[in-house]
Design a protein around this ligand. Structure first.
Ligand code: MN
Length: 498
């Protein structure tokens, strides 16, 4: 699985020639220092590339068009060092198609009280120039992020870093291809959706293959390749026989190893980065893909269960957004299963039948082989674990018939009080913000699904910015949510997004 490209972000400084060459030389010098220091900070996940100061319509237009065509450019950061007449930016902005950050900063941190004169004022007037530029971007209705503060401030750098990851989600969205090897589960509403509209809005390709085509690819995997992977599993994971015959257990695990290799080869060959399955539509597959899907998710593939292609695509995008992140805690598909309603201990037990990504695991990961109690296949082998503690976000992209809505809930992941020795699946347990009652009520009012794309490593701000860039509605359920305000927000959004 390929990680993201070697993306770069262009740093474009706006100015004008009203104050002479000396001033323009300083503008160049200042912007070069800022770019150098941002790159040296170690905070940004991607390199910033300095571009010559933009002072004419022609150069602005050319630069934005170059940014469009340069494959490794994932976005442009703009800053108006001095005044830059904003009409000069219209053509360039009209033609620009990638993520845009407006860094509202200035070179000096403090007003130089003892020496400040009009030359200094004319040269350092972002407070003035950035407003002129911001006006035209707003008037043109162009989606962009605005970050304000001194460029050396760690908080500012962290916000740029955070936006860069959103930009990767925007740029990469149009490369996401989801393979459906089963249709949606019969009669289920929330996993449905308009695939043409999804391609228009997000750029996703969502295609169907007969399940037996992928089953054939699984059947073609050699015994030696399969056994080598089973050996790897037995080295890496704890084996919980729970009374089963060791040889029989190993045969069940081998079915998953063969599926992992066969699926991965099939996905690679046909260039898909996300997949959905359905326990009721398995063709010649001997088991519901469990351990196999868990391992593929860990490698970066998106996954959705019961044909849920929206979740598969979102998991893929969120994995790309966190790609290469130091200390990442994980991203997975999850499902709301059952509540703990004991006062002071409220929360939702998250799980799925099998397919939770081990990137979110904490502590030992075991292999269990248990009946599925659904469908008509062999008992599938699966990885079982519990998950990390700490904050995360659960997201649900729903199709409301005429448009998409992204629901984002900030959650606190916790350890469950006691082990659950009889539960044969991986779990997470979280308390939604602002609390279980308001969080769940708001989620249901917004039409959120039981399947979610979850991450410890992204913020609600990043996902809401991503939704804005995609031109869809998003709602955040967080510590500030009240039902009265939330219902009003949904009403207002219904008028705003048509
Ligand atoms: Mn499900």
């Amino acid at each position: 699985m390929k990680a993201v490209k070697n993306y770069k972000f262009w740093f474009c400084t706006g100015s004008q020639d009203l104050y002479g060459d000396e001033c323009l030389k300083n503008v160049t010098k200042h912007s070069q220092i800022i770019v150098e220091e941002l790159n040296k900070s170690g905070v940004l996940p991607f390199e910033v590339v300095w571009k010559p100061t933009l002072i004419t319509n022609e150069l602005i237009r050319r630069t934005f068009n170059e940014a469009n065509t340069e494959e490794e450019c994932a976005g442009v950061i703009t800053w108006m060092h001095t005044f830059s007449p904003a009409k000069s930016w219209i053509l360039g902005l009209q033609e620009y198609r990638k993520p845009l950050l407006h860094l509202h900063t200035q070179f000096n941190e403090e007003i130089p009280y003892d020496t400040i004169d009009m030359d200094f004022m004319n040269e350092n007037q972002a407070a003035h120039g950035d407003r002129e530029y911001g006006h035209i971007v707003s008037r043109m209705g162009i989606e962009r992020k605005v970050v304000m503060g001194h460029w050396s401030d760690k908080r500012v750098q962290e916000r740029i870093a955070s936006w860069m990851r959103t930009a990767i989600g925007v740029i990469e969205s149009s490369h996401v291809r989801v393979m459906r090897v089963a249709d949606n589960m019969r009669n289920v509403a929330v996993t449905e959706g308009d695939k043409v509209e999804a391609q228009l809005k997000f750029g996703w390709e969502v295609d169907t293959y007969p399940v037996n085509e992928i089953a054939e690819a699984v059947g073609a995997v050699s015994e030696s390749d399969t056994n080598a992977l089973v050996d790897e599993y037995y080295d890496k994971y704890e084996i919980l026989l729970e009374g089963r015959d060791p040889a029989e257990f190993r045969r069940h695990v081998a079915v998953q190893a063969q599926i992992e290799i066969g699926f991965e080869r099939f996905l690679e060959e046909k260039n898909y980065q996300a997949i959905v399955t359905h326990f009721g539509d398995l063709g010649a597959l001997k088991q519901l893909p469990g351990l196999a899907i868990q391992r593929l998710e860990e490698k970066g593939y998106g996954f959705g269960a019961e044909g849920d292609w929206k979740v598969a695509a979102m998991v893929r995008i969120m994995k790309l957004m966190t790609s290469g992140m130091k200390g990442a805690k994980g991203t997975s598909m999850l499902e709301d299963y059952t509540y703990n309603l004991v006062k002071g201990k409220e929360g939702i037990l998250q799980a799925h039948m099998l397919e939770i990504c081990p990137s979110i695991a904490e502590g030992p990961i075991s292999i269990k082989c248990q009946p599925l109690s659904m469908g008509d296949r062999e008992d599938p082998a699966r990885l079982v674990f519990t998950s990390k503690e700490g904050p995360g976000i659960a997201t649900s992209l729903v199709d409301l018939g005429t448009r998409f809505r992204l629901i984002i809930n900030e959650v606190d992941c916790k350890k469950v009080e006691k082990p659950m020795p009889k539960l044969p699946v991986a779990t997470n347990f979280w308390e939604p913000k602002p609390n279980l009652y308001t969080g769940a009520e708001a989620w249901i009012l917004a039409g959120g699904a039981h399947h979610t794309a979850f991450s410890y490593d992204l913020t609600s701000e990043q996902m809401a910015d991503w939704a804005d860039a995609m031109g869809i509605e998003s709602v955040i359920i967080d510590a500030d949510t009240t039902i009265r305000n939330f219902k009003n927000e949904l009403r207002w959004n219904a008028a705003s997004y048509r």
